[in-house]
Design a binder for this molecule. Structure first.
Ligand SMILES: Cc1cc2nc3c(=O)[nH]c(=O)nc-3n(C[C@H](O)[C@H](O)[C@H](O)COP(=O)(O)O)c2cc1C
Ligand SMILES: Nc1ncnc2c1ncn2[C@@H]1O[C@H](COP(=O)(O)OP(=O)(O)O)[C@@H](O)[C@H]1O
Ligand SMILES: [Mg+2]
Length: 155
């Protein structure tokens, strides 16, 4: 499992259930089902950390959720990226590129929404720390992200 990382993926940002920002206060940029299906089946469901950019903009730290969101019992598998950056716009329709760097934990159900939010906040702190290692920081510069000095996420 671990030897398939880092894993690169990209696709358009589409709409999910709208829960990330409204219920959790943690927006996630969702990939379309074709992208979800194109990822290797051997990629375990769960929570990951890595790097991401939107429309060739700056490369941000991210946390990623892969699976059926057991707290909500989704019927479709989803792959959702929360970037550790404040955007002043929405990103629907733009191109999201991600580099999945490491695995944090399996997806779980929780007794309350607060417990899910607390777990995600802990994931974010773990991601920030792991991505500071020199080996992981190098991946932020990957040519895959095709950074454009004039590229911006908010049009
Ligand atoms: C870092 C991270 C960890 C997550 N962990 C879980 C989890 O353990 N269980 C779960 O049911 N959902 C988990 N989620 C998924 C959220 O439930 C999901 O992002 C939220 O419902 C928003 O979905 P939406 O994009 O369809 O609005 C996680 C999301 C992120 C970003
Ligand atoms: N830091 C961020 N990381 C990811 N998406 C963000 C971020 N800030 C704003 N967004 C926007 O919020 C949307 C995600 O919010 P969310 O409530 O999860 O909606 P949806 O259910 O449609 O995915 C993204 O598609 C993007 O347009
Ligand atoms: Mg989302």
């Amino acid at each position: 499992m671990l030897n398939q990382l880092p894993l690169y993926a990209s696709g358009e940002i589409v709409r999910g259930f709208g829960r990330g920002s409204k219920e959790l206060g943690i927006p996630t940029a969702n990939f379309p089902l074709e992208v979800v299906k194109s990822l290797p089946e051997s990629l375990l469901t769960g929570v990951y950390y890595g790097w991401a950019n939107v429309d060739s903009g700056p490369v941000h730290k991210m946390v990623l959720s892969v699976g059926w969101n057991p707290f909500y019992n989704n019927t479709e598998k989803s792959v959702e990226t929360h970037m550790l950056h404040e955007f002043n716009c929405d990103l629907y329709g733009q191109l999201l590129k991600i580099c999945i760097v490491g695995y944090l934990r399996p997806e779980k159900s929780f007794d309350s929404l607060e417990a899910l939010i607390t777990a995600i906040k802990a994931d974010i702190e773990h991601a920030k720390a792991h991505l500071e290692s020199p080996e992981n920081k190098k991946l932020q510069e990957a040519t895959f992200f095709a950074k454009n000095p004039n590229g911006s996420e908010c049009k």
